[in-house]
Design a protein around this ligand. Structure first.
Ligand SMILES: Nc1nc2c(ncn2[C@@H]2O[C@H](COP(=O)(O)OP(=O)(O)OP(=O)(O)O)[C@@H](O)[C@H]2O)c(=O)[nH]1
Length: 325
């Protein structure tokens, strides 16, 4: 036992004569100091540490006259996550154990803490914490979470371009459409299809075609707002959902995109490729129950752009007035 530790003044229980049962204070001290867990006791009002076992003192050092937040967290005052108020009922009685997990700010390790109000040797209620190091388990859990998140992202992302894929488009799109209905705001859908893309592949190779697809995706990403959704629907087809954009704004957006695409060049193995695209757009109406209703109208407009010679923007206005307008 180190000199700064308050000895546990626990009652000694004498077993029957000849019994080897160890219930003396020294025996309990030995158990506590050999535990592979932190055990400490602190005053509820002053936060002064009254006891810490050897496991804790080895990591956090001396406790004599010091507060739990200074020793354990190197803080300047009570921790914002302090669980003290959860340990005592309104009538002042102990509330039972509170179990939680947290990452210590000093050693950066994760602990599972079991906190409890207990009666101290002088009769007052004090805070007892038993904390076990769960860093390895926590790291595995976090790793697993990261892997799940990565897999979830991958399932929603187009591998070639990094844009949303078709699946993500429909998932986000349904949410955006229901928001547009709820708040009676417009929602525009732009569909876009590259022109003569087969020629790019045939002339410069599939790799060059891929490069063009990445280039176009970069332009879309540059132009859209955070609340917009840009997706590669497959092949050389793209779609954009623009919340709160009416027909005029969506048309303006499509025309600017068309201009940017036509003015841009893709440099591939000494060749310059000039991309072009056709656009179709529409705006949601209150009677559009499904995203597919918008897709049909936008694709009809896109088809007209192709028919009229490509490299242009066409609009299909819904028969009923757009929601929010
Ligand atoms: N490089 C590359 N090409 C793709 C990919 N997906 C689809 N394609 C090609 O895209 C081309 C699409 O050809 P079409 O549907 O005839 O379209 P287009 O040549 O753009 O003709 P229009 O749309 O009528 O202007 C085909 O050659 C496909 O092989 C891809 O991921 N990478």
């Amino acid at each position: 036992m180190t000199s700064d530790t308050t000895p546990l003044n626990l009652p000694t229980h004498e077993g029957p004569a000849g019994s080897s049962e160890i219930t003396s204070a020294e025996g309990l001290q030995a158990i506590l100091d050999n535990l592979d867990a932190l055990v400490y006791v602190a005053d509820f009002d002053t936060y002064e540490l009254l006891y810490m076992n050897a496991y804790g003192r080895q990591i956090w050092g001396t406790i004599k006259g010091r507060k739990c937040w200074a020793v354990l967290q190197n803080g300047n005052g009570p921790c914002e996550f302090c669980s003290n108020q959860l340990l005592i009922n309104d009538d002042g009685s102990p509330a039972g154990p509170h179990v939680w997990e947290f990452q210590n700010q000093l050693d950066k390790r994760w602990y599972q803490c079991r906190d409890q109000a207990i009666r101290w040797t002088d009769g007052r209620l004090v805070r007892l914490e038993i904390a076990t190091d769960i860093t390895e388990r926590k790291e595995m859990e976090l790793e697993l979470q990261r892997a799940h998140e990565k897999a979830r992202q991958a399932a929603l992302t187009d591998e070639l371009t990094g844009l949303h894929n078709r699946r993500a488009f429909f998932s986000f799109g349904r949410q955006l459409l229901s928001q547009a209905h709820r708040y009676k705001t417009p929602l525009a859908l732009i569909t876009m299809d590259l022109d003569f893309f087969k020629q790019v592949n045939d002339t410069h190779g599939h790799e060059a075609g891929d490069e063009v697809l990445r280039h176009i995706s970069g332009l879309l990403r540059e132009r859209i707002r955070e609340s917009d959704c840009a997706a590669r629907m497959g092949g050389e087809e793209f779609a954009l959902l623009l919340p709160e954009a009416d027909t005029a704004r969506a048309t303006d957006m499509a025309e600017r995109l068309l201009q940017m695409i036509r003015e841009s060049r893709v440099h591939y193995r000494g060749h310059q490729i000039q991309p072009s695209a056709s656009f179709g757009l529409t705006v949601a109406t209150g009677s559009d129950q499904h995203l597919e209703d918008l897709m049909v109208r936008a694709d009809r407009a896109l088809y007209r752009s192709k028919e009229r010679g490509r490299g242009q923007v066409s609009v299909t206005i819904a028969e009923t007035p757009p929601s929010g307008q």
